[in-house]
Design a protein. Structure first.
Length: 623
């Protein structure tokens, strides 16, 4: 009498007897060598082998995490992790041909890997400044993965383990040097449950009550450690050396460009002399004496805030700062637009004062509120204060008129009275200023205004990047933090009008502070008070931020970047967005008539460019 095979143990059963003989199964080897695959067998034997080898997993003691974390709670400091994506790929990357198919069929494919009970953790990557805002990493503990392998080994009597060839990808330890640690997400035992849980991952701002404060700024070492750990967890070691070198070069280039921005702002304000050799690409000066003299003048700048600047304001520019506030639950709903302008002509005979206090008093503010969105008030992430404009009276405008008014603010940034003055002002070179410029450009596009169509747009300044260069920090700081560091009192932040004014104020203060710190450093060196010797790694990091005192800031930077369009698919692409001139309360009656008569004129094309700015507009833009 034939005996039935126990489903779980694979042993003969004495309790159950079978009357009929089971179907004859072709004889096939239980284990194939790495050189001999089941795929090499005849088709009928392959099917029989796979059908016979798929058995329910044997009972195994469930995994115990050892502590009961709450959702969002930080993991233990000594906990090691691997990504769940790596767990899913384990049989295809690390199991030989002999056992791959049967392990896959029993424990992995057709969603079986999700049926094992998993304790999930998540890790946000926002500090790495990656493009496209990638989702958080979904992780499981290394201990649980080892437990899962033990379960497989008991079932098949194999010896699967964490492979040496993974280079530590299954044993990543996060949290060194104050870098982010994974947080607990929950326990799942099905794909549907996992998908639902991943959809509910808390934001990167989430923190439990009573949780110790984590560093908000990563050091250079911490940034590298976190970036390498994330790359290791994602198994990017094959291209690690090339990617690391490329990322380092890109980061150094960006850091130097941030510092160049400070120097260009100094030139526009008359705090630094332009080096003609660099500022004019057509300059063919090659005389060594001339070059040496220009370099010497740059290296020996002197500055006293109580005296008028030694140098002329380059290009007689107008700084126009824009700040846009959007509803926190829908970034497409624009609630406020703030403008602040600073005419460098007003600074010619005025001493800047301590941290530019005299210059800051000449900033002209405007604050617009969108009538249709006046009831949208932010309260969850920031404290909205649209009704508390500190520098004048707010103006309510319709959303349909917003692009017209924005256009007029850029084209007539400084109020004048005469027609000749109006024509002159419309040709003045404009420096677009913002705290996170790219975000403001995107927000302006949601109301139909493309800043790149402005023919006299000359340069762009991002105060967030200026501060990073000034303090040599990897992370972006808020406007409030910068105001405090610059000794400026800020009231009712997150009001677009207030923020626009404060952004121009910190721009002035940082340009001056940079000069003062350089002078103090040179004074210390001249007195023989040599600072402590720095390590080679510290010197390398300092050099990565330095743009060389021989430099004058270089050519303007218009942030030639591509970014998403919030209104994609909503606009009629065949019909260009019309932005006629709008009535400006700063203009006279005759100017208003002139403005309205020109409103029917076609809008300046993106491709239209003045020869004066051709050096910066050699790359076509597609939106």
């Amino acid at each position: 009498m034939a005996k039935a095979q126990n489903v779980y143990e694979g042993s003969d059963s004495d309790e159950l007897e079978i009357e009929e003989k089971p179907p004859v199964v072709p004889e096939v080897p239980e284990v194939f060598s790495d050189d001999e695959s089941s795929d090499e067998l005849p088709l009928e034997q392959q099917k029989a082998f796979r059908t016979n080898s798929i058995t329910a997993p044997k009972p195994f003691k469930p995994f115990v995490l050892g502590y009961t974390p709450r959702v969002g709670e930080l993991c233990r400091e000594d906990e090691q992790f691997c990504t769940f994506q790596l767990v899913k790929s384990y049989p295809y990357q690390y199991i030989g041909k002999a056992n791959r198919q049967r392990v896959d069929d029993t424990f992995f494919n057709q969603g079986k890997v999700f049926e094992n009970s998993w304790d999930l953790f998540y890790l946000h990557r926002n500090l790495l400044e990656l493009e496209g805002y990638p989702p958080p990493l979904i992780l499981v503990t290394t201990r649980q993965f080892i437990h899962f392998l033990a379960k497989i080994n008991k079932h098949f009597k194999t010896k699967l383990a964490i492979p040496d060839g993974a280079n530590g990808a299954f044993e990543v330890l996060f949290g060194d040097e104050g870098t982010p640690r994974p947080r607990y997400l929950g326990q799942v035992n099905s794909k549907l449950a996992m998908d639902k849980l991943i959809y509910k991952v808390p934001s990167w701002r989430f923190k439990l009550d009573g949780e110790p404060e984590m560093p908000k700024v990563l050091t250079d070492d911490g940034y590298e450690i976190f970036r390498n750990n994330v790359a290791l967890a994602q198994q990017k070691q094959a291209k690690k050396a090339v990617a690391k070198d490329k990322a380092a070069k890109t980061r150094i280039h960006n850091q130097k460009s941030y510092r160049q921005t400070i120097k260009r702002v100094q030139r526009y304000l008359g705090l630094r002399q332009a080096q003609g050799i660099h500022s004019n690409p057509q300059n063919t000066i090659s005389d060594p004496k001339t070059i040496k003299a220009a370099t010497y003048s740059l290296q020996n700048l002197t500055f006293d805030p109580n005296f008028v600047t030694n140098f002329a304001q380059e290009n007689s520019v107008v700084f126009v700062c824009v700040d846009v506030e959007a509803y926190e639950r829908d970034a497409r709903i624009i609630t406020e637009i703030g403008f602040a302008t600073l005419d460098t002509k007003d600074l010619l005979l005025l001493a800047p004062g301590e941290r530019g206090v005299n210059w800051r008093s000449l900033i002209r503010p405007r604050h617009f509120r969108i009538s249709e969105h006046k009831f949208y008030n932010n309260s969850d992430y920031v404290a909205g204060c649209a009704d508390r404009f500190e520098f004048g009276t707010s103006e309510f405008i319709s959303i349909k008129d917003a692009s017209d008014i924005i256009s007029d603010c850029f084209k007539n940034p400084v109020p004048k009275t005469g027609d000749a003055d109006t024509k002159e002002q419309s040709n003045r070179k404009v420096i677009f200023v913002g705290h996170d410029v790219i975000s403001d450009i995107k927000f302006l596009r949601t109301v139909g205004y493309d800043v790149y169509t402005l023919p006299n747009l000359f340069d762009m300044v991002d105060t967030a990047l200026m501060y990073r260069a000034l303090r040599r920090e990897m992370n972006t700081r808020s406007l409030g933090v910068i105001l405090t560091d610059m000794g400026i009192t800020g009231w009712n932040l997150h009001n677009a009008g207030n923020d626009a004014v404060y952004t121009l104020q910190v721009m002035i203060a940082m340009a001056i502070k940079y000069l003062e710190e350089r002078q103090n450093h040179k004074k210390t060196e001249s007195l023989g008070r040599n600072p402590k010797k720095s390590s080679s790694s510290t010197l390398e990091k300092a050099d990565a931020w330095s743009s060389s005192e021989d430099s004058d800031g270089g050519l303007p930077n218009l942030f030639h970047l591509s970014f998403p369009d919030y209104n994609a698919g909503k606009r009629n692409k065949k019909t260009p967005v019309q932005i006629p001139r709008a009535t400006n309360p700063w203009t006279t009656g005759s100017q208003k008539e002139s403005s309205s008569s020109q409103s029917a004129l076609p809008r300046t094309s993106n491709s239209a460019k003045s020869p004066e700015f051709s050096i910066m507009r050699n790359t076509p833009r597609e939106w």
